[in-house]
Design a protein around this ligand. Sequence first.
Ligand code: ZN
Length: 365
Amino acid sequence: MLGERYKYDGRPVVDLTPVQQMVKRQIEDKLDSGRYKTEKVLCAVCGGSSFETLSQKDRFGLPLSAVICRDCGLVQTNPRLDGRSLEEFYHEEFIRMDLSRQKPGREQFVDQYFHGQKIFSYLKAIGILPPKGSFILEVGCSAGGILAFFRDKGYEVSGLDLDEESVRFGVREYRLDLRAGTLAGCSFEKDPDLIIMSHVLEHLSDPNSELSRVRSLLGEKALLYVEVPGIHNLFFNFYDLDFLGYLRITHNYCFSRTTLSNLLLKNGFEVQSIDNRISAICRKGGKNISFQNDYKTAMGYLCRLEVLKKFAFVTPFKIRRFIEGVVCGASKKIGLYGFARSVYRKIINRVEPGQDREQNSDDRQ
Ligand SMILES: [Zn+2]
């Protein structure tokens, strides 16, 4: 365990809205009554069963353990909700618990749209942006804001998501080609030139099967863009050095650059680019069953983070929030808030691409 505060006591480490408190009680009741069952699983990367417990609860105070695999260093929720429970959770509680929102709306869509801009800029910056007219498929597209940005840039786009309400919203309000379902149940007339999986892999029970399906859709020159929230990226954003605040029931996996690379290599992808944020660009490659063990690096980092959290009174996030407050107040006074916000977004995109989407979600809690 990483410390006393990681022991299960039912208490959340973030402020919960009344909606979240109600949903938390609902989940706890289902766990107590046995309606929600948990299962122990082998490591998704190395198949190992030797785990060390990091935490007995998540940020909401729910009794789900985070463990690290001693053989490859992958951090994961284990035991976790079993397949049937997870399906019901995503249907009934996910959006209200994780995003503190009742229904998909314009605000969520705009966040996604700006996120699409960041992915576009990232691909352009590393010189592998597909040409206009290419077909882009997003797996886990929600209401389709990311795809809307690419459509506005001249791409042909389609998306899939299990959340029927978000899909209906994107189709109805923005006339996007979105479908409710999974890759396993859908087919497309064209092969995608780029598949986007943004904040999807960490939620899946079986990322290997999903990556295998993704791989089967990719041609030799096509690209896969994967983005997940990285455990090494807790300094500058709203997690504010708090690994416990980062853990959540909705994440079956918590990746580092190394463990995500291991998973992608295992599933036959050649990683072209990856960073600690974490955004990765891959192409189809040969399967690689050897992997790098991230256990010592991850444990060393998480232990150092705990010490830093205890003693650092001025953190990068607190400085950022202070500057935001000053700039926001001043720009509102002189009537330039909209301009200041767009400049700020551009700066943040450069400093910390890949995190603004979750940042915005959390800000609403
Ligand atoms: Zn492992």
